[in-house]
Design a binder for this molecule. Structure first.
Ligand code: ASP
Ligand code: MG
Length: 407
C-alpha cells in the first residue's frame, strides 16, 4: 500500500463527465489499496473566464480581490469530484487551500507555499477517505486567500506530496508524458521514460509548459518522486528522477524552444568600465528580465552590446535603450522581435564537447543563420529568425537521433 498524491489539470476535469472519469480513476487506486490525496484545477477555461471578468473592471485589478475571484474555479471542481465519489459509495472530503492550511507568503497572484498542516488530511486518510484539495490556492498569515500563479495546481500537488511524504506525486494532464520536444512541431517526437530534475527544470523554463516550473523546483528541493501521465490514455508516463542513468544517457534528452523572444542591440557604445551596468541597470529598474547577453570584442574604442527580453517587454526596452543610447553617445539602437530561441537540453552533454558543432552544422545544412549562442552546463541555446523555428527544431531533432524509430 502506498500514499499517492494525484493532480488533475483543467482539461482532465473539463466537464462533469470527465470529473466522473477522474472519480473512477481514484476508485481504481483505492481498490489497489492505496491512500489517495488529490489536487485539482478549475474546469478548463474557467480561470481564464474569471481573469477576463476582472480585466473588464480594471487593467490592474486589486491583487487581493483578484485572488478571491480566481481561486473560485477550483472550489467548484473539488465539490463535484467529492460528490461523484460519494455517489459511487466512496467516502471523500473536499477542502479549499485554506481549510488544509496551505500557508503562503502574501505575494498575491504569485504566492509561495511556506507550510502545510497535514494533520487534517492524515485524519481523513485514516478514516479511509479520499482527500480532495483545491489546487492553486492557499492563505497568508492574515488569512487572506492567495493564489500560486498560473499553473499553480501542480505546485499544490507537489507540496502536498512533500508534506505527506507521499510515495509518488502523479500529475495527470492531457499529454501522456514529457516529450523530446513539442509533438505539434515534430510529429516524430518521443515520450521520455525518464528525465532528470535538472533537465526538466530547463525544459520547463524554456517553454515546455507541461509542468509549472515552481512545482519542479519544489519537487527537487523536497525529493518528491514526480510522474507526468495522461488522464485519457493509460501508460507509464514520464518519471522525473534524481538519478542520471549514465549507461544509457544520450547526449541530448530534449529540445525546448521559446517563441516569446526579442533582441535589442546598442551599437557603437564607448568601450569603458560601467557601460554594461549603464545599459542593463535601467532595464532592470523597469523590471524587465534579461535573458541572453552578448558584448562584442571592442574595436576602435567602441563596442556593441546585445541582449534578449520577453517579447511583451520589447517596446518598453527599446524606449529605455534609446534613452541610454543618447546618454552614452552611442551610434545606434536596433531591435528584432521576430526571433526565437531553441535549446538542446541534456545532462549527458557535460562530457560531449562536440555537441555544439553538431548543432551548428545541422542548422547550417538547412541554411539557418544563428544570431546568438549561449551555453550552460546542460544546455546550448541559439537564437534564430522566427520563420525558421519549425525547420530548425525538426532538423535538430533528427540530427540528434531523437526521432521515433521507424519500423
Ligand atoms: N486554474 C489555474 C490556472 O488555470 C491553476 C492550474 O490549473 O494549475 O492557471
Ligand atoms: Mg497546467
Amino acid at each position: 500500500m502506498a500514499l499517492i498524491v494525484q493532480k488533475y489539470g483543467g482539461t482532465s476535469v473539463g466537464t462533469v463527465e470527465k470529473i466522473e472519469n477522474v472519480a473512477e480513476r481514484l476508485i481504481a487506486a483505492k481498490k489497489e489499496g492505496h491512500d489517495v490525496v488529490v489536487a485539482v484545477s478549475a474546469m478548463s477555461g474557467e480561470t481564464n473566464r474569471l481573469v477576463e471578468m476582472a480585466h473588464q473592471i480594471s487593467d490592474k485589478p486589486d491583487p487581493r480581490e483578484y485572488d478571491v475571484l480566481v481561486s473560485t474555479g477550483e472550489q467548484v471542481t473539488i465539490a463535484l469530484l467529492a460528490m461523484a465519489l460519494k455517489q459511487r459509495g466512496y467516502d471523500a472530503r473536499s477542502y479549499t487551500g485554506s481549510q488544509v492550511h496551505i500557508l503562503t507568503d502574501s505575494a498575491h497572484t504569485k504566492a509561495r507555499i511556506l507550510d502545510i498542516d497535514e494533520a487534517n488530511i492524515r485524519a481523513d486518510l485514516d478514516k479511509g477517505r479520499v482527500v480532495i484539495v483545491a489546487g492553486f490556492q492557499g492563505k497568508d498569515e492574515h488569512g487572506n486567500i492567495t493564489t500560486l500563479g498560473r499553473g499553480g495546481s501542480d505546485t499544490t500537488a507537489v507540496a502536498l506530496a512533500a508534506a505527506l511524504k507521499a510515495d509518488e506525486c502523479q500529475i495527470y494532464t492531457d499529454v501522456d508524458g514529457v516529450y523530446t520536444t513539442d509533438p505539434r512541431v515534430v510529429p516524430d517526437a518521443r515520450r521520455l521514460e525518464k528525465i532528470t530534475f535538472e533537465e526538466m527544470l530547463e525544459m520547463a523554463s524554456l517553454g515546455s509548459k507541461v509542468l509549472q516550473i515552481r512545482s519542479v523546483e519544489f519537487a527537487g528541493k523536497y525529493n518528491v518522486k514526480l510522474r507526468v501521465l495522461s488522464s485519457f490514455v493509460d501508460g507509464p508516463g514520464t518519471l522525473i528522477t534524481f538519478e542520471e542513468d549514465n549507461m544509457e544517457q544520450a547526449a541530448i534528452s530534449g529540445i525546448a524552444f521559446n517563441r516569446d523572444e526579442a533582441k535589442l542591440t546598442i551599437l557603437g557604445v564607448p568601450d569603458q568600465p560601467g557601460v554594461a551596468y549603464n545599459i542593463l541597470g535601467s532595464i532592470g529598474e523597469a523590471n524587465i528580465e534579461v535573458d541572453m547577453i552578448i558584448q562584442n570584442v571592442g574595436d576602435d574604442g567602441t563596442t556593441d552590446f546585445t541582449f534578449t527580453v520577453h517579447r511583451n517587454d520589447y517596446q518598453h526596452a527599446l524606449d529605455i535603450l534609446n534613452n541610454t543610447a543618447k546618454e552614452l553617445n552611442a551610434r545606434e539602437v536596433v531591435g528584432d522581435n521576430a526571433i526565437v530561441k531553441i535549446s538542446l537540453v541534456g545532462v549527458g552533454m557535460r562530457s560531449h564537447a562536440g555537441i555544439a558543432s553538431q548543432m551548428f552544422k545541422a542548422l547550417a545544412d538547412e541554411g539557418i543563420n544563428i544570431r546568438m549562442i549561449s551555453t550552460s552546463e546542460i544546455k546550448i541555446s541559439v537564437v534564430i529568425d522566427e520563420k525558421y523555428l519549425e525547420l530548425g527544431v525538426r532538423a535538430l531533432h533528427s540530427a540528434f537521433g531523437l526521432d521515433e524509430p521507424k519500423d
